[in-house]
Design a protein around this ligand. Structure first.
Ligand SMILES: [Zn+2]
Length: 316
C-alpha cells in the first residue's frame, strides 16, 4: 500500500499546552508536533524555536504576553529546520541567535529545506504566505554563548553535531533545565535525514553529563525528573545507535537502499514503531544512515524532487 508522503496525510490539529517547568522556564508543547521553549527573565524573554510561520507564532506570543511585560529580546534557533525557524519575524526580537553551524546550513540549504518542509508538513505551515523570507541569525556563536536575562543565566551551547551539524542547546545551570531541540525526543521518532549519526551518539553523552533536572525535547512533553530526562536521552541514543549499526552492517554486506530500509524496519519497528511520526521519519533516516555508512560525511540536501523520488522507492 502506498503511504501518504511524509506528513501530508496528517491534518489533525494537536492540543497545545503551555507548561511552567521551572521558576523561569516554560514549554510550549504540541503533542508530537515541534516544541518551543520560553525563558522569562527579570528584564527580557527568550524564545527557543519559533513555530513554522508568523501566523502560527501568534498563539505562543499571546501566551507569553499573558505572563510577562518583559520584552521579547532573543529568538534562539536550536537548528536550521524550517518548521522551527520560519515564524521568527512575528517576535520582532532584536536578536536572532544561532550557532555558526546553523548559520552555515541556512546559507547553504535554507531555501531548499523550506520548500521541502512545506511539502512534508502542510498543516504546520499555516498561512505560509506570511513568511517574509529566510530567517537570518544576527548573533552567531561558536561553542558557547552566555546571556543574562536580568539575573537569569542562560548558556547556549553547541556540544557537537547530531540531528544537524549546528545543534544548539540552552542550559540554565541554576535550575538545571535543558532545552535540547531535536537532539532529544520524547515519544516521537528522531528525524535523522540531515544528521551526523555517529557524532549524535557522542553529543548525547555530553547532554547526560549535564545531569538535567528538567528537559524540553524537540517533540513531546517536557521531562520533569532527572530519571525521566536520562531515559529520554538514552532512548533517543538507542534509536540512533541501532540505526547506524544496522546501516553499517547492511552497507558492508552490499545491501542496496531498499534492502537496508527493510532491514532497518525489522530491527527498529518492534521497539520504536509506536513513536510519533515513525513512518514519516524512517525513509529519511535510513537514506541518511546509508550515506553515512557509505562514507558521505556532509548530508546531501533534500529537495522536493529528491523527497518524492526517495519516498516512491521506499514507502511507495
Ligand atoms: Zn529538526
Amino acid at each position: 500500500m502506498t503511504k501518504a508522503f511524509a506528513s501530508r496525510g496528517d491534518m489533525t490539529e494537536k492540543k497545545i499546552a503551555f507548561t511552567r517547568i521551572s521558576p523561569h522556564c516554560w514549554a510550549y508543547e504540541a503533542e508530537s508536533d515541534p516544541t518551543s521553549g520560553v525563558i522569562v527573565g527579570e528584564d527580557a524573554v527568550m524564545v527557543l524555536d519559533t513555530r513554522a510561520t508568523p501566523v502560527a507564532a501568534r498563539d505562543l506570543i499571546a501566551r507569553v504576553r499573558k505572563r510577562t511585560k518583559a520584552p521579547l529580546k532573543y529568538v534562539v534557533l536550536t537548528h536550521y529546520h524550517a518548521v522551527r525557524v520560519m515564524g521568527a519575524s512575528a517576535y520582532k526580537a532584536p536578536y536572532v541567535v544561532a550557532s555558526q553551524g546553523t548559520y552555515d546550513l541556512i546559507k547553504e540549504r535554507g531555501r531548499q529545506d523550506f520548500a521541502s518542509e512545506v511539502w512534508r508538513f502542510p498543516r504546520l505551515f499555516q498561512a505560509v504566505e506570511s513568511v517574509p523570507g529566510l530567517t537570518w541569525p544576527n548573533l552567531v556563536f561558536e561553542g558557547r554563548l552566555t546571556l543574562w536575562l536580568g539575573k537569569t543565566e542562560v548558556q547556549l551551547m553547541h556540544l557537537g553535531a547530531g540531528h544537524t551539524k549546528g545543534d544548539t542547546v540552552a542550559w540554565l545551570p541554576k535550575e538545571r533545565v535543558l532545552f535540547a531541540g531535536d537532539l532529544v525526543e520524547n515519544g516521537a521518532t528522531p528525524y535523522a535525514g540531515d544528521a551526523h549519526l555517529g557524532q549524535w551518539v557522542q553529543t548525547l553523552d555530553r547532554l547526560k553529563a549535564l545531569e538535567p533536572r528538567v528537559l524540553v525535547p524537540g517533540r513531546g512533553p517536557a521531562l520533569t525528573s532527572p530519571k525521566a530526562c536520562l531515559a529520554a536521552i538514552a532512548s533517543t541514543q538507542g534509536f540512533v545507535q541501532t540505526l547506524l549499526d544496522t546501516a553499517r552492517r547492511g552497507v558492508s554486506a552490499g545491501q542496496n537502499l531498499k534492502q537496508l530500509f527493510d532491514s532497518c524496519r525489522k530491527v527498529l519497528e518492534p521497539d520504536y514503531g509506536h513513536w510519533g511520526i515513525f513512518e514519516h521519519c524512517l525513509p529519511f533516516d535510513v537514506s541518511r544512515a546509508y550515506d553515512e555508512a557509505s562514507g558521505i560525511d556532509h548530508p546531501r540536501i533534500w529537495t522536493k524532487a529528491r523527497d518524492v523520488e526517495m519516498w516512491k522507492a521506499l514507502q511507495g
